[in-house]
Design a protein around this ligand. Structure first.
Ligand code: ZN
Length: 79
């Protein structure tokens, strides 16, 4: 069920709504910002309020802005 809709799900913290989520055991993981979204009764809960934030992050505003705009080249390494 989830595997069928997974390709259509996007991270709710992504302002561009372009970041696909990954299956991570009992949750869905955003590979960009590392937020996790619980799967309850087989239904992924993509609600920012219910998101499991990475360790050390207390509020979604503190998430690093890792969501890249669509088809943008990778950021150059800081010199
Ligand atoms: Zn994200």
């Amino acid at each position: 069920m989830i595997d069928q809709i997974l390709p259509y799900l996007r991270c709710p913290f992504d302002p561009h709504r372009q970041t696909p989520l990954q299956r991570a055991e009992d949750a869905l993981l955003c590979p960009a910002c590392a937020a996790r979204f619980p799967i309850r009764n087989g239904i992924p809960v993509l609600v920012p309020r219910d998101a499991i934030l990475p360790e050390g992050v207390r509020h979604p505003d503190q998430l690093p802005p890792r969501h890249l705009p669509p088809s943008s080249p990778p950021s150059p390494m800081p010199s």
